[in-house]
Design a protein around this ligand. Sequence first.
Ligand SMILES: Cc1cc2nc3c(=O)[nH]c(=O)nc-3n(C[C@H](O)[C@H](O)[C@H](O)COP(=O)(O)OP(=O)(O)OC[C@H]3O[C@@H](n4cnc5c(N)ncnc54)[C@H](O)[C@@H]3O)c2cc1C
Length: 466
Amino acid sequence: MSDRHVIVLGAGPAGLAAASGALAEGARVTLLDEGDRLGGQYWRHHERLTDPRLQHGWAAFIALRDAIAAACESGRATVLQRAAVWRIDGEARRVHALVGTADAPGRRRVEIAGDAIVLATGAHDRALPLPGWTLPGVITAGAAQALAKRDGVVVGRRTLVAGAGPFLLPVAQSLAIAGSEVVAVLEASRVPALAAGWLARPWELLGAAGKAGELAEYAASLARHRTPYRTGHGVVRILGDRRVEGAVIARLDPQWRPIAGTEREVACDAVALGHGFMPRIDAALQVGCAVTDAAPGAPRFVVVDAVQRTSVDGVLAAGEITGIGGADAALAEGDLAGRTAAGAAEASLRRAVRRRDATDAFARRLEGAHGMRDGWRTWLEDDTLVCRCESVDAGTIARAAGSASRAMRLATRAGLGACQGRTCGAAVEALCGERLGLDRRPLLAPMRLSELAGARDAPGDLPSPV
Ligand SMILES: Cc1cc2nc3c(=O)[nH]c(=O)nc-3n(C[C@H](O)[C@H](O)[C@H](O)COP(=O)(O)OP(=O)(O)OC[C@H]3O[C@@H](n4cnc5c(N)ncnc54)[C@H](O)[C@@H]3O)c2cc1C
C-alpha cells in the first residue's frame, strides 16, 4: 500500500479516474476542480434538470464518484469543488487555489503540498473567427452543449451546427432534445479525408468500440429529427443586424477554402461553431512540462512517457492535455496516471497500460480526419474581429505580423484582454504565422488583486463537499 499524497487537478473523466486509480493503490488523494460539480465536460450535469438521454457512460461516472465519496468519508480523500487553481509550484509539488464562488468576494486561499501532482485540466472548444461570429446568437458548440446538457437551455429556435469533428453530433442531438430545430450539421472535412482517417486499418479501432455505439445513437437521432448532415461544407458568413438572422454556407475544398459559386443562404436564429478542441496546457507550461511542437495556432500537448509521467519529476498528465481522444481515452490515461502517481510498480501497471494503449488510435484518427486545414483564413475579411476582448480585427493582426511577439501584442493588444488569449490565441498565432506564447500565463485563473495579496489560510483546514 502507498503512503503517498496525490493531488489531482481537474475532476473530468481523466481526473476522476486518476483519483480513483491512486486510491486503489492505497494513496491519499486531494482532488480539486473549479466547477460546481464533479464530471468535467463529458459528465456535465445539473442535480435536478439533467435529461438522462443527454448523458453517456453515466454508470461509470456514478461508480467513480461513489468510490471517491467513500474515500472522503474514511478520511483518505478530500474533494475541493469551486476551487480555482491559480498557481502550481512543480518542484515543491504544491498547488495554490481559491475556494468559493467564482468572482465573488471572500474566497478562501489554500495551499496544498503532495508527493505527486496529476494534471487533468482538459480542453476548451475552438471556434474559428468568421464574418458575423460576434453577433448575439452565435455560440461555441461546447457552450451550446453545456447549456443544453446541464440546464436544458437552447440559444435559438433554429440552430445551424458547423465545424469539424464527431463532437458536432452530440451537440446536434442535445440541441434537438432540448427543443431547438437543428437546420443542418456541417462538417468541414470532405469524404476522402474522413474515409482516409476513419476507414483504414479498422482493427486498430477495436479499443474504441464503445464509440461506435455512441455514434450509431447520434446517427439515429439525426435521422429521427430529419437533420441533414453535410460533409465538405462550412459557414463562411453569419448574417444579421442586431442578432443572427441567417448564415451563408458554402462547399469547401480539401483545404477548407470556399468553392466559388457554391454559396447559399440558410435561415436560422442561432449558429453553434466548433472546430475541435484546444488543450488547456497552461498549468503544465507553468510547471515547466515539455510539450509537443506544432505549427503556430495548432494544439500542443503535454509530453508523457509510457506511464503518464511528464518531463517534470512528480508531475503526471492525463486526458485531453496529452492528446484529444475523448472520454474513454481520458479515463484510461487518468487511471494509469493515478496509479503511477501513487507509486505502483511498473510491472503491476501492465493492465492499465494496455487499456490506455487501446484508446490511442482513436485520437490519431480524429486529427487525421477532422484536423484543421489552413484555408479557413480565407473566410476572414479585414474587419473581421479576431480578438473579441480587445476588438482587434484580422487586418490589424495581419499588418502587425512579423514584429516581435511582445511588440505585436503591445501594439495590437491581441490576446491581452479578459480571456487572456483563451478564445483568440490560436487564431492570432495562426494568422501571424508564429508562436506568441499566448498560452503561457502567470495566473491560471482570474483573481482579484486583494486575493493575490491576501494572507494564507491554514493548509489543513479544508472542507470536503462531494
Ligand atoms: C465545452 C465542452 C463540452 C464537451 N462536451 C462533450 C460531450 O458532451 N460529449 C463528449 O463526448 N465530449 C465532450 N467534450 C469533449 C470532452 O472534453 C472530453 O472527451 C472529456 O471530457 C475529456 O476529459 P478530461 O478529464 O481530459 O477533461 P475535462 O472533462 O475537460 O475536465 C477538466 C477539468 O479540469 C478543470 N480545471 C481545468 N483547469 C483548472 C484550474 N486551473 N483550476 C481548477 N480546475 C480546473 C475543469 O473545470 C474541468 O472540470 C466536451 C468538451 C468541451 C470543451
